[in-house]
Design a protein around this ligand. Structure first.
Ligand code: ASP
Length: 485
């Protein structure tokens, strides 16, 4: 008689505290309608910029520049604070997100499918961006004078020739360079990756640590997990405090941008901005179609479930800062398993940026049109690949997407001077793409929740998670009581 196989032994799970419990300060901001305050800040900022612009003639050029710098000060402080906390926040969130997995096997299969899903949807997003750029031709609406002004007085032809020369001098990446480039993605020295803010390397380092933790006994994993938990909560406390500055920050940054570019340029950029917003609308439709077909949830229900992270992404300009609310929406509104949402959201916030990829593709086509540069099919295919890579590497913080765009432009041989022209509208467009980036992560969660087999039932997972959170609360109260005794 065959001996019955022994019942599978379930390993004790680590249960790091779910990040959704750290989102209270952000919740207060949503209840206080932060998004509305941000929109008011945007409108007032453009108004102040138009009034103070040297073109309007109310103030002289020097005074206007000085006023612009002072108005933008809160904005620069805001950006610096968010950038300051994003590396520890992402590191801690990914490590703990992976440690929340039910087991290594589940993590492996989810990891592979999530990776494939992220790549496929991001490629679709870049293609939409490039397609819209080629159809609507927003670059043709910018007059030669604005192009020359952005290029610091040089004509479009002179800038084009200089860029071609620089590209030739730099040489091309050959097939033999690729293995070295691939190894270069691994953070051989994690501390220098952290010091330099190399997001992709940081993500890889965090994933390696997270997987390593899963193989430890819970008692050995606990100290590191608790430390990372404290890092997360202090980061979120800082984000919550800094976010109250968001309306003032957007007011000052926009005012300065309009003072710099002059109100007239804004008209020409209208078609470009309109094309980006239209692209975001198309991407939203694609996401809704995916949610409907692959996850069986209709657009109305989906959009109402994700309303809060969508608006918070718009207000904060940062997918990373929005994470606790995104996780909460995934679990409480979309009923996604905590082990999946805690893994997919922190990872997606850093590497899955459909909105950013779409914008990078479209912006590159726009700039090429401005400088009259042809983009034949091979160049467009290369653009898809670079925009894909760049969107993965873009940190989930405000104000950096446009910096990463510079690397896309230079690898496509497009002059960088056009960036000066779009930096003003970018402050607004970034809000749309951040909301779309957050939406993309939530759709991914819902789809994976439908397809990834669960080791334990969702109800059981939720029950275990709540029990672990209560336990941790009790332990920390015990510590406080013991200390004060
Ligand atoms: N700020 C965006 C985000 O956090 C990224 C970007 O700039 O495109 O998702």
């Amino acid at each position: 008689m065959p001996t019955p196989s022994p019942a599978p032994v379930r390993k004790r799970r680590l249960h790091p505290r779910n990040m959704k419990y750290f989102g209270e300060p952000l919740h207060r901001l949503i209840r206080g309608r932060l998004w509305l305050q941000v929109i008011i800040g945007m409108v007032l900022g453009v108004g102040a910029g138009v009034l103070l612009s040297p073109d309007t003639g109310l103030v002289g050029e020097n005074l206007a520049t000085a006023l612009g710098e002072w108005l933008a000060l809160p904005g620069h402080l805001f950006l610096a604070f968010i950038q300051m906390i994003v590396v520890p926040l992402i590191l801690a969130s990914i490590i703990r997100g992976i440690a929340a997995a039910t087991d290594v096997q589940q993590l492996k299969s989810t990891g592979v499918w999530v990776g494939v899903y992220f790549l496929a949807t991001t490629i679709v997003a870049v293609v939409i961006g490039i397609g819209l750029g080629l159809t609507l031709q927003p670059g043709r609406f910018i007059d030669a004078e604005s192009v020359t002004r952005a290029a610091g007085g040089q004509s479009a032809e002179a800038v084009r020739a200089a860029t071609e020369q620089a590209a030739q001098a730099q040489g091309e990446i050959t097939l033999a360079d690729i293995p070295g480039e691939l190894v270069g993605v691994l953070p051989i020295n994690p501390m220098s990756a952290i010091a330099e803010g190399q997001m992709l390397q940081i993500v890889i380092f965090a994933m390696v640590l997270g997987v390593g933790l899963l193989s430890l006994k819970p008692s050995s994993a606990k100290p590191l997990l608790e430390l990372m938990g404290s890092v997360q909560s202090v980061c979120m406390a800082i984000v919550g405090a800094v976010m109250t500055m968001a309306p003032l920050a957007v007011f000052g940054l926009l005012a300065q941008a309009v003072i710099r570019t002059g109100p007239n340029v804004l008209g020409g950029l209208g078609v470009y901005a309109g094309a980006v917003v239209l692209g975001m609308g198309v991407l939203l439709l694609v996401y809704m179609a995916i949610a409907r077909v692959l996850a069986g949830i209709g657009p109305a229900r989906f959009l109402s479930a994700i309303r809060e992270p969508f608006l918070l992404g718009f207000s904060t300009n940062s997918s990373a800062a929005t994470m606790p609310i995104t996780i909460r929406a995934a679990e409480e509104k979309l009923r996604v398993r905590p082990s999946l949402s805690q893994f997919i959201i922190p990872l997606g916030a850093t590497v899955n940026m459909g909105g950013t990829a779409l914008y990078q593709g479209l912006a590159a086509v726009f700039m090429a049109q401005m400088f009259d540069i042809d983009l034949p099919l091979p160049a467009l295919a290369a653009l898809v690949a670079t925009a894909l890579g760049a969107s993965i590497g873009t940190p989930a913080v405000p104000g950096v997407g446009i910096v990463v765009l510079a690397s896309v432009l230079s690898s496509a041989g497009i002059p960088l001077s056009g960036l000066a022209l779009i930096v003003g509208v970018d402050r607004v467009l970034e809000r749309f793409r951040t909301s779309l980036n957050v939406t993309g992560d939530l759709v991914a969660c819902k789809v994976m929740d439908r397809f990834m087999p669960a080791t334990i039932s969702k109800t059981e997972e939720l029950r275990e998670e709540r029990k672990a959170a209560r336990e941790q609360d009790r332990q920390s109260t015990d510590v406080v009581v013991a200390r004060s005794a």
